[in-house]
Design a protein. Sequence first.
Length: 160
Amino acid sequence: MFKIGQGFDVHQFAIGRPLIVGGVEIPHPVGLVGHSDADVLLHAITDAVLGAVGKGDIGTHFPDTDPSYKDADSAELLKQVWEMVNAAGYRLGNVDATIIAQKPKMAPYIPQMRERVAELLQGELSDINIKATTTEKLGFTGREEGIAAMAVVLLVKETS
Ligand SMILES: Nc1ccn([C@@H]2O[C@H](COP(=O)(O)O)[C@@H](O)[C@H]2O)c(=O)n1
Ligand SMILES: C[C@@]1(CO)OP(=O)(O)OP(=O)(O)OC[C@H]1O
């Protein structure tokens, strides 16, 4: 049995924040703002996993009103979601994700992001695809006000 889910997330840039995308810290003059570490890519992937199994979204599971998630490591949040989904009998089919950012250049960091996502979702590296695109200087991403990310996740459950 196959289940598919999609996720989308946006975070705003601010001075004095680290830039963490796909579990990788990227040197940049500004970082993303959030209640958590604001890892926009891991949030989109988490939402896609939750969407596939019909379990709401990241905010349902980890509310931004809960002080225990202040500055949370988004990799830990995804790990918790994956443990729940894996315990229900699903394994990873594949992930395809896109980071939408004018700057910085994501390409040098994508191999590390893929490694991290593969580890978190107990999947094969070849089943994790992460892409990046600018918006040709258009819109909020083009003005470098923030970063968006989208993800599609396919899950597989063996049925007897
Ligand atoms: N933040 C980004 C955006 C893009 N890339 C890479 O550059 C290629 C060209 O991007 P366009 O938006 O001009 O089509 C894109 O295919 C990515 O490989 C990037 O690394 N980081
Ligand atoms: C991750 C959580 C929880 O710390 O906070 P944020 O970092 O603000 O991220 P968002 O994508 O707005 O949604 C989920 C939140 O509840």
